[in-house]
Ligand binder design. Sequence first.
Ligand code: SAM
Ligand code: MD0
Ligand code: SF4
Length: 368
Amino acid sequence: MLITVLSSDNAELERILDKVKSGKSMCRKDNLFLLELDNEKHIEKLFETARELRSQYFGNKIFLYGFVYFSTWCRNNCAFCYFRRTNKIKQRYRKSHEETVAIACELAKSGIHLVDLTMGEDPYYHHDENGAVRLASLVKEVKEKTGLPVMISPGVANHNMFSKLAEAGTDWFACYQETHNRNLFARLRLNQSYDQRLNSKRIAREMGLLIEEGLMTGIGETALDIAISLENMDELRAHQVRVMSFIPQEGTNMASWPSPPRSRELITIAVLRLNFPDRLIPGSLDVDGLAGLKDRLLAGANVITSLIPPSIGLAGVAQNEMDIDEGLRSVREVMPVLAEMSLQAAEPEEYRCWVEREKEMLNYKQKQ
Ligand code: SAM
Ligand code: MD0
Ligand code: SF4
């Protein structure tokens, strides 16, 4: 009986993988089937196909993102987040403009391809026109001094902030919905508007910024929720799509909520690759540190995120301390992992070209 079920599952898996390899897009039922795989051999086949597709579009090149969490002040109170407003924490800080630029330059020297400037929804930047001006001038100087593309993760931004950010040359806007199930969203991102958050990505795109959408797993979502998220990511035409496992944080409503088995994040990374073969898909060092990198690359990720310079008091997000002061979240430490897997860090120029081409396509489509 079990053998019959396994072999019919195998046939269905082959059918879906062949369909993807021949360039056809998948339907909700296909995605659900893949997201619910539980046989190790089948999962390995899925990962193999994800790697094949990655190599078809990106060869053996991997992109590296440096991460600067420059303000951990936040006006929101997300149920899952260590940096939520009401949490009394020791890592509440706001780095000055000069300090942030210096950190970005240090990261750039280490060989990263993009600077991701991330913050809580800090009123210092969000409160008024002056805040938006400060943020735009930070992006502008980081771009000028590092010569690298810049991503900004400021939380929900308004039209005025986007126009200043676009003017300053911001390349990317990252803002993760976490889930596209509105009820679940309301339980996670307390007192925040689902539509406003989703729309801010649409506005950013209209202003010519590349956008990143993301999911969190292990927060009470079902496989169907994830399949529906894939459709939303497609509709949004996000340039980068991600998934991260939930990590419980001290002092939050979800402190005793368990972190999920990593299989769900890894399978989702692979399914993202199958749905969006030519898009950027991160494997974050912020979930399991350097030790978790290989599995994420094996599942089809082509960007390493959350590279953080050691010893200057910067925090991660999900793992606010893990591997940071030890210097394990560095370009130097990820290189041997890439080499072991016959992968290679891209040249900064290759990354810049990818970004510039996508931005040109965006602007061209907008003019039509
Ligand atoms: N404040 C901005 C926002 O919320 O969009 C940007 C920074 S926020 C800390 C970036 C992302 O970190 C969140 O969207 C969420 O996906 C992730 N994150 C926060 N807390 C996490 C946790 N406990 N486990 C896993 N991911 C988490
Ligand atoms: C990461 N800690 O990539 C970062 C962060 C924000 N754009 C990214 C969640 O894992
Ligand atoms: Fe603030 Fe972002 Fe954390 Fe929510 S996830 S509390 S918006 S820093």
